[in-house]
Design a protein around this ligand. Structure first.
Ligand code: ADP
Ligand code: MG
Length: 254
């Protein structure tokens, strides 16, 4: 991975009235990585993401996205990023091809809907309506919509919350594919296992602060180096593995 900084966040502060939601955080995201903001509900993950997406105003701090300053160039930033739309915003009566054409029109972008649906493994659902999709399929479709304007960076806010284990793993594969094709990904999650599996680097957030930032591997090595040991011998597989083994990893039981 190269280490060109594509997003730089410096001393970001967000207050909601007298409540300090984000307390002067700084981090860089490298081009071509999956960067995770990991933390419990209320940590400030979505607030941080939406500020970088130019959808929310910051209180203070400096944000540069691909060389563009958010204070002076928000319109240019919008053109190079892909933001996941809430599936509630999909017109329920339109099929996936029609929805993609609608969004492509909004972005003023030529797009091949079937090609895009293939990328997220939904080509068989091309004629289905959004309301007919399962949870995992809806999430894959909403990730497809982030790719319409061929963005350099996509933002995913808790994309796997509420999905079953197979749908989550499918989504991780999809997100890795997107990264491998050169798109930088910023994702939020409150799942530790997801951050460990998926993210190249993570920032752990709690109560509006970043308390640790590194690759999951390095964080774990560091902990182990302190002499930390798990209290119990961990089995070579967990219940989730059993479930996936029984039901078949290839099967899309979404
Ligand atoms: P996360 O995504 O990590 O769960 P959020 O960024 O959504 O956290 O929220 C961080 C904190 O800011 C929470 O305590 C939340 O209640 C508060 N908050 C979020 N949005 C608003 C808002 N529009 N007005 C007031 N408080 C808000
Ligand atoms: Mg959130």
């Amino acid at each position: 991975m190269n280490e060109k900084i594509i997003i730089s966040v410096k001393d970001l502060v967000k207050d909601y009235g007298t409540f300090h939601a984000v307390k002067s955080i700084s981090f860089d995201v490298f081009e071509g990585e999956i960067f995770g903001l990991l933390g419990p509900n209320g940590a400030g993950k979505s607030t941080t993401l939406e500020i970088i997406e130019t959808l929310r105003q910051k209180t203070s701090g400096k944000i540069i996205v691909d060389g563009l300053d958010i204070d002076s160039d928000a319109a240019s930033i919008k053109k190079i990023i892909g933001v996941q739309l809430q599936s509630s915003g999909f017109y329920p009566g339109l099929n996936l091809i029609e929805l993609i054409k609608l969004f492509a029109g909004l972005y003023n972008q030529p797009v091949d809907p079937i090609e895009l649906l293939k990328k997220v493994n939904l080509e068989e659902k091309a004629k289905s309506k959004a309301k007919e999709l399962s949870g995992g399929q809806k999430q894959r479709f909403s990730i497809a919509t982030t790719l319409i304007n061929k963005p350099k960076i996509i933002f995913l806010d808790e994309p796997t919350t509420g999905l079953d284990p197979q749908a989550r793993r499918n989504l991780w594969d999809l997100i890795k594919d997107i990264r491998d094709n050169g798109t930088t990904v910023i994702i939020t999650t409150h799942y530790m296992d997801e951050a460990e599996q998926l993210c190249d680097r993570i920032a752990i957030m709690d109560e509006g602060k970043i308390i640790k930032m590194d690759s999951p591997d390095k964080m774990i090595d560091e902990l182990v180096a302190t002499g930390f040991e798990r209290p119990k011998q961990v089995k070579a597989a967990n219940l989730e593995d059993v479930f996936i083994h029984l039901t078949g990893h290839e099967m899309r039981a979404e």
